[in-house]
Write a protein that binds this ligand. Sequence first.
Ligand code: T6T
Length: 352
Amino acid sequence: MEDPEIGIPSLSRRKFLAGSAAVLAGSSFLAACGSATSTGSTPTTGTGSTKYTFVLIVVVKGDPFYVTMQKGAQAMADKLGVKLLVDGPAQFSATLQAPIVNAYIAKKVDVMIIAATDKQAMIAPLQNANNAGIKVISVDTFIGNGDYTSGPVTFPLSYVGSDNVQGGVIAGQALIKAIGNKGGIFIENVTPGISTTDQRQQGCIQAIQATNGAVTLVGFNYDNDSAATASQQISALLSSSKGSQVNGIFGTNLFSAEGAAQAVKNANKQGQIKIANFDAPQEAINDLNNGAVDLVIAQEPATMGSTAVQYGVYALTGKTSSIQKRFATGYVVIDKTNVNDPASQAAIYKSS
Ligand code: T6T
């Protein structure tokens, strides 16, 4: 079933996909969504009457997740005749993202769609945007606790993004199965305070705890969204006294997973140490094919972008009842058995 106006699957189907993913976690296939990054302040004009100006502010420029998100947002903006600006910092930093928010408040955009870099630090800048009459929509990450109906922060119109606790559970269960239901798992994470990656770690730990001690958490580390740092950290771990306890690694985002896979390849332990890779750039698929990675969890960034733009137009045209405070996108979980399926290939992120 599709929304006739936006041509995307209705919520009931999305929920079904997300539920399927959870049920199938640890088996070979799960279904659903993706993401993207942006390349600077890129004004683009839609085909219709460009009555409205939206900005999409991403977490960091150049990340294929947000590139893919931008493509989805642009396609919907073109369809609905919205002028879409895209911007974001060069690094994953609230200190760098807050002035970008301020700049678009000054430009008086109609709608601000934002992947906030930090769930606390970005509340005040976005509150200012809301106070200035700009409609704020969260995409990918949330602020506060993400409950925009009864949580501490309710002014954003919607939170459009993956169910990241579920994503962490999927990764954890798949790793546990891959290591034979016993042994140790290490989590390579980004930075505390990011809603998405905090929740992925939480979900993975839940899956580990459900083994009642058969599988243990060896530890976790933060790489500040740098694949090079992630690689150094995992290399140091593998050559330390704890190294022999590590049977599987969960990389909680694109760069954490990329660095982890590189370190495992450098140590010549590909296939021995299992890796669950959150996010689906082409490199992760290559690593799946060459045996360095065991599972790739693709989000649905293009759908996040397109849905957020549609919601912005709903908000500006008095159709607020069509906006869901929480719109959970799904996953496509890719392993060796389904990597060549059309759904898996379509889920690979775009890099430009
Ligand atoms: O995993 C995505 C995104 O969901 C997360 O919030 C930040 O990292 C990525 O952009 C991947 O690098």
